[in-house]
Design a protein around this ligand. Structure first.
Ligand code: FA5
Length: 378
């Protein structure tokens, strides 16, 4: 007797085969070329036809794979038959082997065909699900936007050019002379302490303000002169909600005959009302800058808290926006301009703080932080 099969799903065809093999064992024939008797062929055919039916009816690729393993796998039904063949007489073994190969090929081909069905169906459903209408217009590039400081800089440039001012720019790495000495701040002057900065080799430093562009403008063009100079400046600063180590200013200067504080106030007011497009409360208080005399600080009422007090205005209700004043005679003189003939005003506006007021930004660190979630709002 040959070994019995115990598997569950394949049990039915295997029972047939068991009967068949028993018959082979006892009905020995020595003629290798004799046709396989129906009693030997039938159980294998049934095994194959049952497998083919299950393959045909397999509802999914996964199910198909489990049928394949049951029938063709190393421990599957056909493997077991092949193992048991060793116990047959030599002549029978060859004929049953042939039958077995045919059954195996038929099952393999059926599995391959059914697998193809599943693959085609999967492809079809992907084609339907992932269908793209190529005739639709492309979404196009996502538009970027200008940084709020760039936007406000451009507005100021436009305003001042319409008032006859030139837009100048100066280097961010400046000479110590232009940043301090030519502005009436010699090496031992205490005003240098308020503008501690980053010194680089060769008597140069990262400019602490845009005021050195005044010097460059006066030397390059001479009087009469109307210029503004927006740009980035640097200080060794304790960073908080309203102070950064890197920020933007715009310098303004007008040198002509008979320029007075009245002109200064007029231009300041014109600029602020153009930027805020409404009346805003300002206050002018005396301020000390060695390069102007008299000098002022101009504050605007904090637009973030409406003057009630917040972290940006340090609970004072006012935010310092700019320093300004009448150009000191020493500064005119150091740029070769005769202070007895010419006079002028100058201002240095904190562009970063202006942008904060304009857009309601309550922390200066957001502006140069590079966070796209913040920048996409502008
Ligand atoms: C100056 O820088 C002078 N050069 C301004 C000036 C020019 C005065 C011409 C007279 C004539 P001050 O250090 O105050 O001044 O800076 C000017 C403005 O820059 C301030 O009013 C403020 O708005 C802004 N500012 C100053 N420090 C910082 C900082 N750390 N972070 C952001 N903004 C600042």
């Amino acid at each position: 007797m040959l070994a019995l099969y115990q598997t569950g799903q394949a049990a039915r065809p295997l029972q047939w085969f068991r009967r068949h093999v028993t018959l082979i064992t006892y009905g020995v024939s020595s003629d290798d070329n004799a046709p396989v008797p129906p009693l030997m062929a039938e159980p294998l055919e049934r095994l194959a036809s049952t497998a083919l039916e299950r393959i045909r009816e397999a509802p999914s690729a996964e199910h198909l794979e489990s049928v394949r393993i049951e029938v063709l796998g190393r421990k599957g039904a056909l493997a077991q038959v092949s193992k048991d063949m060793g116990k047959l007489a030599a002549g029978e073994r060859a004929r049953v082997g042939r039958l077995l190969n045919e059954a195996k090929r038929a099952v393999e081909e059926a599995i391959e065909a059914r697998r193809g069905d599943f693959e085609r169906a999967a492809l079809q459903s992907r084609l339907e699900a992932e269908w793209i209408d190529l005739t639709l217009p492309a979404p196009g590039p996502r538009p970027g936007s200008l940084h709020p400081i760039t936007q406000i800089t451009r507005e100021i440039e436009e305003l001042f050019t319409s008032l006859g001012f030139a837009v100048l720019s100066g280097p961010e790495v400046e000479t110590e002379h232009n940043n301090f000495d030519a502005l009436n701040i010699p090496a031992d002057h205490p005003a240098r302490d308020t503008m501690d900065t980053f010194f680089v080799e060769g008597g140069h430093l990262l400019r602490t303000h845009t005021s050195p562009v005044q010097v460059r403008g006066m030397l390059r063009f001479g009087p009469p002169l109307r210029m503004i100079a927006p740009g980035r400046v640097f200080r060794n600063e304790e960073v908080d909600a309203s102070h950064d180590h890197t920020f933007h200013q715009v310098e303004g200067m007008m040198v002509d005959r008979d320029v007075s504080v009245a002109h200064l106030i007029y231009f300041m007011k014109t600029m602020l009302s153009a930027i805020f497009r409404r009346e805003i409360a300002v206050r002018l208080r005396p301020g000390y800058f060695p390069f102007v005399e008299p000098g002022f600080e101009l504050d605007i009422q904090c637009l973030l808290c409406g003057g009630a007090g917040c972290a940006v205005c340090k609970q004072s209700g006012w935010v310092e926006q700019m320093g300004c004043g009448m150009v000191h005679p020493n500064v005119l003189r150091s740029s070769g301009i005769d202070p007895d003939v010419w006079s002028g005003f100058a201002f240095g506006l904190g562009l970063t703080r202006l942008a904060m007021m304009r857009y309601g930004i309550d922390d200066i660190r957001l502006l140069l932080g590079g966070d796209l979630r913040f920048l996409r709002q502008f």
